[in-house]
Design a protein. Structure first.
Length: 308
């Protein structure tokens, strides 16, 4: 299986975890979901992320999910989210995932970190514990974990920790941060891959600022795939037109607390997964929200038809 490197680019979809109505992992939907993402043109997958309901899974379930996804991935790279409060849990799942053939692991800082030195030391400890054979994607998502990582701190981590080969850039606002990180590389610091999150809300601008692609989820992964492809070909206006067609639904799906329910509803409607259920604790999508999503889907279809 390929290992994650600083040259990674394109779109790595953050995959949801399919459940049945009783809350059990739906292995048949795993197969259909993985096939769907790669048929749409994804370059890789990331599983057990925050939108993958990872904290609701047992360690045994997490390991089985990794095994099932890798079995369907056909040699395509799969990154495994291993963030946890303690290093022992990170080490155990990371070692299992890499032995199964994962491309690398994604780690977010725990919310207990408060100083720059603590953040740098944390990622040094993670890298030392996992060893040089485990590539790491650093997840920078301060809105979720409440840890602010400045460009200078990322610079320190990259300089001192060779196994950190990718940044999942999910700060908001984050465009200036992205520009600063690329300027640091021009000044001699090792280049790393930067893939962006937040459901692609700023993807056209992020690509122009130097991002290598996207690592995020959305019920229409083809949006991110087409935008990244257009940007890499220099077709910026085309990329913006594609983005405009999907924007209302992206915005709706970004609502805190309801976004995953919206995404799973649409994925189920598209036949990607059999059931839109989330594992408890979770609330189903209210009927009023379902009606609003249906309106957005109809309008999106018209805009895409006009776009051709």
């Amino acid at each position: 299986m390929p290992r994650l490197t600083e040259d990674a680019h394109g779109v790595y979809i953050i995959a949801a975890t399919p459940f049945d109505e009783q809350g059990a992992i739906d292995q048949r939907s795993i197969r259909s979901m993985v096939s769907f993402y790669f048929e749409k043109g994804a370059d890789g997958l990331t599983i057990l992320g925050m939108m993958g309901e990872a904290p609701k899974l047992t360690l045994a379930e997490s390991a089985q999910l990794v095994r099932d996804v890798l079995a369907e991935a056909g040699g395509k790279p799969v990154i495994v989210g291993v963030s946890a409060p303690g290093l022992a849990a990170i080490r155990e799942l990371s070692h299992q995932a890499m032995e199964m053939g994962a491309a690398g692991v994604m780690v977010a800082p725990p919310g207990t970190l408060r100083t720059d030195d603590q953040i740098v030391d944390y990622f040094c400890q993670v890298a030392d514990m996992l060893g040089p054979g485990t590539p790491i994607a650093l997840q920078d998502f301060p809105l979720a974990v409440n840890v602010m990582i400045s460009p200078n701190v990322i610079d320190r981590i990259v300089r001192t920790t060779p196994s950190v080969v990718m940044l999942k850039h999910e700060d908001w606002p984050g465009l200036a941060k992205l520009t600063t990180l690329r300027r640091q590389e021009q000044q001699g610091r090792r280049r790393i891959s930067i893939l962006c999150g937040n459901s692609g809300l700023f993807l056209p601008e992020e690509m122009q600022r130097g991002a290598d692609g996207a690592m995020t989820g959305f019920a229409f992964p083809e949006m991110m795939i087409d935008i990244v492809r257009a940007c890499r070909q220099g077709e910026i206006d085309r990329a913006r037109d594609i983005f405009d067609a999907y924007l209302p639904l992206i915005r709706y799906e970004q609502q805190p607390g309801v976004g995953l329910a919206v995404r799973k509803y649409v994925l189920a409607k598209r036949g990607v997964i059999a059931c839109a259920a989330q594992r408890r604790p979770a609330a189903p999508l209210p009927q009023e929200a379902v009606a609003e999503v249906e309106v957005l889907l109809a309008r999106q279809a018209r805009r895409l038809a006009e776009l051709g």
